[in-house]
Design a binder for this molecule. Structure first.
Ligand code: AMP
Length: 282
């Protein structure tokens, strides 16, 4: 696996590889890799000839006071995991390489970012959209693979790519979970033993919501209340939001018909965890 730290280096490699007709799948990450990220790499290998990954902790998507400075970083470990998973190129730029000056460009999708995480992290998705647009322009992959765990992020990126006619296909891969159902996340490393046990409440709440929907509950507000109730039963957890929304528009659903996204953000101690579940009701 080749490690590249400059945009010029990626472009040079891209041009070389492009001449051979090789198809590239791209997996952008913030590092501290776990099996969720590696599942995206493995998926990339199924749908393309080479997988290129990036590790970049994007300052533009953290608000002041969030965990940018202490976000887990382990580039050497990430390198080994990506190489073992079969990635061909790792792009690991320094902050200055991606943001040599404060960007004057804003990519904003207010229709998709007014609710859920966007409501609680103002500016977060502008930071995500900008860095993903930059990375897609730098790498120019045929397909980019994202995880369903960050559902709102996937929706924002899909729409940005469509609106801006970016020549890339976006694929969303299902969430990878621990044995007890907790979604794999770099932020799980912040949890102590008791918090780790408590964190399963997100999955339990989503399952309870899905069960109620399967049993005929069609009122979005009632499903949201069920999720909130389950979270309130866990003393170490504090609910940020519980939502039952349309999976594409992310708008609240008064009455569920067809597809439904149940989504949660919960604080366990100081750690903010998110999870979601796509539910199909007949
Ligand atoms: P991050 O490093 O957290 O920015 O995540 C990089 C990519 O990995 C994003 O597309 C995430 O949605 C995806 N991802 C993170 N955790 C998981 C997981 N548990 N299962 C599947 N994809 C994930």
């Amino acid at each position: 696996m080749l490690t590249v730290t400059t945009i010029a280096g990626v472009r040079a490699r891209r041009e070389e590889v492009g001449r051979t007709g090789v198809r590239i799948a791209f997996v952008p990450t913030m590092g501290a890799l776990h099996d969720g990220h590696l599942a995206l790499v493995r998926r990339g290998r199924e749908i393309a000839d080479e997988v290129w990954a990036s590790v970049f902790v994007n300052p533009a998507q953290f608000a002041p006071g969030e965990d940018f400075a202490r976000y887990p970083r382990d580039l050497e470990g990430d390198r080994e995991m990506l190489a073992a998973a079969g990635a061909s190129v790792l792009f690991a730029p320094a902050t200055k390489e991606i943001f040599p000056r404060p960007p004057a460009t804003v990519i904003d999708l207010p229709a998709l970012t007014g609710g859920l995480c966007g409501a609680q992290r103002p500016g977060h998705f502008r930071g995500v959209a900008l860095v993903v647009a930059k990375l897609l322009n730098i790498v120019q992959p045929h397909v980019a693979v994202f995880g369903a765990k960050d559902w709102q992020q996937g929706a924002v990126i899909r729409r940005m790519v469509a609106d801006l006619d970016m020549p890339v296909r976006i694929e969303v891969h299902p969430t990878v979970r621990e044995d007890d159902g907790l979604a794999r996340s770099s932020r799980n490393a912040y949890l102590d033993v008791d918090q780790r046990r408590a964190a399963v409440v997100l999955h339990r709440a989503l399952q309870r919501g899905a069960g109620a929907a399967a049993a005929g509950e069609r009122r979005g507000a009632a499903l949201e209340a069920l999720l909130a109730d389950e979270v309130s039963g866990e003393p170490l957890a504090r609910l940020e939001y519980a939502a039952a929304v349309d999976p594409d528009t992310l708008q609240p659903l008064e009455n569920v018909r067809g597809r439904l996204l149940l989504a949660l953000a919960v604080r366990v101690g100081a750690t903010r965890l998110i999870d979601n579940l796509l539910v199909e009701v007949s």
